[in-house]
Design a protein around this ligand. Structure first.
Ligand SMILES: C[S@@+](CC[C@H](N)C(=O)[O-])C[C@H]1O[C@@H](n2cnc3c(N)ncnc32)[C@H](O)[C@@H]1O
Length: 271
């Protein structure tokens, strides 16, 4: 059900995704920069949750692999990536494979064992419920010494929004309900990687701060990238109205903007 909500949301906002995703673009280019340092040519690359293909294009241009496998759960996201690649494919010798599948689905044969020398993913794993199982799957899919490289949003992302919600629930005498995704903590991710058989080579968190004209503008941006459906239950109008007010009160900057924290975990590990 949770995956269905998320899938529908990304599907219906695929067209506006590119326009509103400055943070995700920055995260993907930082991840790529880290990968470039490793510098080896990769023959078979698999990307999980490619979205509209921002990182995918960079992977193609940087590594010129023999095969580039692009996965996403949302057909509309994959269609947009296909469109972007149509022009490029003629000049490139890379074979591109599009795989519409839920990476968490045990029944789907999304990843083949011992096949890839690089598996990567950017801004996706915050949506994954069974992270450790997915890590095990990825470990099996990698060739010996293959690289697993990812970045995603973890605990303390949108900490301001959470604080505003806490305050409002308290003032309205309502029971606190986490309004956000259950973001992973970095220690949990590190343990899960080690348990799944990875050697961790680079593991770093970075806070990306963004500034919006208002809390409403920030919430609208989340909607435009398809990332606002954190919960099945809708927040009531009265709560939302108070949250927007409280957010501004607590996190307004000197030049009348509001601050939003994105906390990103960057990792490069090896089988
Ligand atoms: C925030 S977007 C990131 C897209 C792209 N990687 C980027 O950096 O711009 C998250 C993407 O992950 C996909 N996704 C989420 N859960 C997934 C799953 N279980 N299996 C495959 N793709 C998934 C979504 O459909 C969406 O395209």
């Amino acid at each position: 059900m949770y995956n269905l909500c998320m899938k529908n949301s990304f599907n219906s906002h695929a067209n506006t995704y590119d326009e509103y995703t400055n943070v995700q673009k920055k995260v993907a280019s930082n991840l790529l920069a880290k990968l470039k340092i490793k510098g080896k040519r990769s023959r078979n690359i698999y990307e999980i949750g490619c979205g509209t293909g921002y990182l995918s294009q960079a992977l193609l241009n940087t590594f010129e692999p023999d095969n580039l496998y692009l996965n996403d759960i949302c057909p509309n996201m994959l269609s947009l990536t296909k469109l972007k690649f149509d022009g490029m494919r003629k000049e490139s010798t890379t074979r591109i494979h599009f795989i519409e599948a839920d990476i968490e689905d045990e029944a789907a044969r999304t990843l083949l064992n011992n096949k890839y020398d690089l598996i990567c993913s950017s801004s996706v794993f915050q949506w994954i419920k069974t992270l450790e199982q997915v890590f095990i799957k990825i470990n099996n899919a990698l060739m010996q010494d293959g690289l697993f490289s990812f970045a995603f949003f973890i605990d303390k992302t949108f900490t301001e929004l959470n604080t505003a919600f806490c305050d409002v629930y308290k003032n309205l005498n309502m029971e606190y309900e986490n309004p956000l995704l259950d973001f992973y903590k970095k220690d949990y991710v590190l343990r899960a990687l080690k348990k799944s058989g990875f050697r961790v080579e680079n593991f770093k968190t970075v806070e990306h701060l963004c500034y919006y004209n208002s809390p409403l503008e920030f919430m609208k941006t989340l909607k435009q990238v398809g990332a606002s459906n954190f919960r099945e239950k809708n927040v009531s109008y009265i709560v939302l109205k108070n949250v927007l007010k409280k957010y501004k009160e607590l996190f307004k900057t000197e030049n009348n903007k509001v601050k939003v924290t994105y906390k990103v975990l960057y990792c490069i590990s090896r089988k």
